[in-house]
Every structure is written in structure tokens, then in C-alpha cells.
Design a binder for this molecule. Sequence first.
Ligand code: TXA
Ligand code: MG
Length: 331
Amino acid sequence: MIRTRTLVVSPDAPDPDAIAEAADVIRRGGLVAFATETVYGLGADATRDSAVRRIFEAKGRESTNPLIVHLDSIESVRPVAAVWPHLAETLAERFWPGPLTLVLPKTPRIADIATAGGPTVGLRVPRPSVARDLIARSRVPIAAPSANRSTRISPTLARHVAKDLDGRIEMILDSGPTAVGIESTVLDLTSDPPIILRPGSITPDDLAPFLGMRPEIRGQSGLARSPGLATIHYAPRTIAYRGTLDDLDHRILPENTGVLLIGVPYPKLSRAFPHRIELLTSDFAEPAFYDALHRLDELNLAAIFVVAPPDAPCWTALRDRLIRATQPLPK
Ligand code: TXA
Ligand code: MG
């Protein structure tokens, strides 16, 4: 057990002393959880094998699943990629800082373990000052997966991080809720044409003008997969099903079922569900989704039932996460 320290910092003007302390932990090879605009990340020095290994240990993550490396500016990303195509520059100027990860050939500066031994690396510049100040002050690229135990729900609050990782990491920088709430869009620039490995709030339509085509989402017909992703990836402890409003009204569900309705208002049902959360629009649902799952999970209910949003483009990223967090209601 390690003693995990939580430092509360302002998201807009983080206390430089707190950032300096956190950077010191990173420089010594330790682990710091910090907010990006998407989810909290579990950061370590990406250039140091032993530091990155600790991320995998703390999360219980398979060593075959590569990590995203975070930099504080476009200028500092260029030297970390072995190749920096014109397209990368164009996308970086348009979308960074922001929730877009670009997969490019890696340089030896990044520890092999961070990329699961592979020749490519996922790179991004996060938006919040806390994240960028921490990276700048650490003076190293920071490898950071989402700050949850592997296969558990991603964290959008420091409290979610502590639930999973208290006693396993040195520090949590608590700067409040993350704004976007769904992990970054991962775009592979090493494939021709580029392909989306994980959908996020930056959509194929957002990227199309820069790519000259609308990129495909890998495995969209089934589950969107990045290497090493297990099928159930963001699961609550409580058994969690997904289905339709009709299922909610007509199928037999345990007495004590928590209900999460996404993209549809709570209708008049033959039976009322006292524990329910409604997330009506995608703009509102994305930042609130993981917290809703955490909250229902904490109630120790018999089951969670999620009414899935419509199969429309604005719901693509959230449907991807939902499919990995829940199972279809058995026939
Ligand atoms: O928004 C995010 O991306 C958050 C914040 C903390 O930045 N990070 C995050 O990391 O979601 P993680 O480790 O939970 O997910 C990283 C995803 C995985 O699906 C991984 O397989 C994929 O990115 N990935 C990372 N490096 C890759 C690479 N070189 N090639 C292909 N996929 C890669
Ligand atoms: Mg994750």
C-alpha cells in the first residue's frame, strides 16, 4: 500500500506549488492521476520503463494494450513522432489542445512498454491547464491511460479515481469534473486511408474536411476495437444490461433495478423505477455518462438497465462505450 495524497487545485489557475509537487512525483518515476478534458488520466514518465510499468501494475492492465502519450504543445509532440506528416500538422493545428489522439510511428525516446512493444504511439495534447502545466513542469512526455482499474468504469471525477486506485498511486490532482467525459477519438495516421480506432467527441464528419474523406470507424459493424481491448471494458460491478424502452416496460427485471435512460425521456411505464437517471441530449449525456454509471453502481442494486440512445451519428461515441459497459438483455 502506498499513501495516496489528493491535492485539490483550481482548474483555471492551478497552484504552481501543487503542480510542482506532482511533477516531482512524475520525475521520480511515480504515478499521478490528473484531469484531462475527457477523463482523468493515470500519468507516469513515458520515457522511463520502470515508471510506465507501474501504470500497468496499478491498473491491472494487460501489457499488450498500448498507452496514449500526452504532451503540452504541438512543438513538443513533433520530436516524439518518428514521422510527422503534413496531415498531422493540419489536424494538430485544428484540434489540439483537444480530445484527438493521433497514432504515428514512435521514436526510441518513448519507452517500448508504453506502446506495448509496438512501432507506433498514440499522441495527444490535452486541453486543461492542470494537465499541460503538469507535463511542462515534469519536462517529460506523460503516458496516461484512463485512471481506473482495468475493465472498470472510467473516471470523470477525482472521487472515481480514488475508489479504484487509492493506495496504489502516489497522488491525485483533483481539479473537478472533466468537461467532455468520453475518451478521446483515436485516429490511426499510419494506415492509408487513416482510420478511427476509437470514436469520441471529435466525429468522422469533423475530420472529413481535413482527410478529404469521411474516415471509417474500425469494427463499426460490431464493436469498435483498439488493440488489447476486452469486450467488456467499462463495466460497473452491478450486472448491467442494455435494451429498449419496450424491454423496460415488458421484460421481467429484478425488483431493485437502477435505470439509465439515454436519449429518451422517462415514459409512463406499468411499473415505476425509483432509481433512475435521464440523459436526454448527447451534449449533456457524454459528460454525465460515466458518473451516472458510477452512481447507480454505488447503490448496490440488483441490476442496472440502460435504455440505449438512437443509432444516430451524434450518439456514436456513447453507444460504443455503452456496448462495452453492458450486456444485451438475455432473450
Ligand atoms: O481521452 C483519452 O484518450 C484518455 C485520457 C487520459 O487522455 N486516455 C485513454 O487511455 O482513454 P486508455 O489507455 O484508457 O485508452 C487508450 C486507447 C486504447 O484503446 C488503446 O488500445 C489505444 O488508445 N491506443 C493507444 N496507443 C495506440 C497505438 N499505438 N495504436 C493503436 N491504438 C492505440
Ligand atoms: Mg480506459
